[in-house]
Design a protein around this ligand. Sequence first.
Ligand code: ADP
Length: 496
Amino acid sequence: MGKSIRVRLLAWYAAVLTAVVGGFAGLLYYEVRAARLAEIDAQLEATAAGLDAALRLFPRHELTGDAPPPKKGEPGGKKGEPGGKKGPPPPKPPPPDFAGPPPREHLIASLDPPGPPEARPRGMYFGVWRADWTALKLSGLPGDRGPPAAPPGRPTIAFRGPNRELAVLGPEESVILVGRPAGDVLAGLRTFALQLAATGLGVLAVGLTGGWWIARRIVRPIRAIADTASRISATHLSERIDDTRVDAELADLARVLNDTFERLEQAFERQARFTADASHELRTPLTVIRSQAELALSRVREPVEYQEALRTCLRAAARMTDLVDGLLTLARADAGLAGTRRVRLEWHRVVADAVDLCRPLADERKVRVTTKLDPAAVVGDAPALARVVANLVANGVQYNHPGGEVRVHLAVDGDESLLTVEDTGPGIPAEDQPHLFERFYRADKARSRATGGTGLGLAIARAVVESHGGAVGVKSEPGRGSTFWVRLPLAPPGRV
Ligand code: ADP
């Protein structure tokens, strides 16, 4: 089976649509996910920054896990730590009347994310470890959560299970870990992905249905054209494709096909008419032969009567021979075989010989035939062209009156030869002129039958001349005679 246009159209369309919808949905999901995570990460960073600020209020030894420095006055006690790591100055000792918790507990208590607890995300936890990995404060940490595996060089932010965690280095190499459950966000993102997929599939389904419908619409007229074309047969030649109901692109195809069908129909009609005319023409002499034979045999007759009957039969047979010859010549012309012998010939000699053949008939009809023939060479089939000339001259003689004249002229006109056969006959009515060269067409039916004409002469003339690349035509005015002309291309010079 051949490839279906509809399936291919649809496959392409589906591929492109899937890529577009998939790409768009993927991009949208990526953007929304990034935005949601950025929100969480910003919270975690703000919390870590708050814890870091609180840690900077701690004395250094509290963060490093070293022994506390000796108090003032104690041996080795120094103010500050020259050469030590830069750190925030230790908090000032409380005033003597200070009744609150001791400074360490106070500091630990103040080590909390910034802002009121109710403003924090639910389930938020944090842990702060000293540089020696001992915990300074742990709040809400999941049971299995210890300090991050290695102190983070740079802040690291990642998922740990369903939790999002940020680990940063605080002052004095302390480690701050802030986390919060992100399961709800992940679930939301999953729902969003499902919604996107469902919407994408919906768009895809609608798009593909539309595409299938359009593809069907595109293909349907082609099928209609094919159906009509297949219905058109020898018996249904008059059917046509309705080119007003197909799209513009196909309307051209429909018109071309309709033109072809039109020509086909005309050719069929011509053929049918030709066959009917040919049968009719052959029937007439056959009827004559039959009736003559029946009449002769109906009783015993005198020898002269038999001779007369036989002569009539011979005339009818001769007419049939002419007809059959003419039909064969036309059949050969239809097959492109009319005058296929191509030789360079002296056209004026061929014309002169053909005119001479007609002289006995002209003498009989008392018609004068004159010639004025300029030399001209053409390439062609001499016998076929001679028959054309003889037919034109014989017509000029036959459709003429006693004492009339036929003038045959041959001249060179540019790169063509122009032969004219002009008579002083009755002329041809304008309405008949376009049909003269059709098979079996007769302008004056009674008269042309009486001349013994077959009605094929001019049709044969046109077929032969056109097969030589020439043209044939007539100019006539009733009452003023007719002029038939034949144009043939001149032979290329130099060839003998
Ligand atoms: P036909 O054998 O009848 O002469 P043609 O094909 O030669 O057939 O001519 C077709 C018809 O053209 C003729 O029947 C006749 O009516 C008309 N015709 C041809 N030549 C002339 C002419 N020279 N003058 C008037 N009518 C002509």
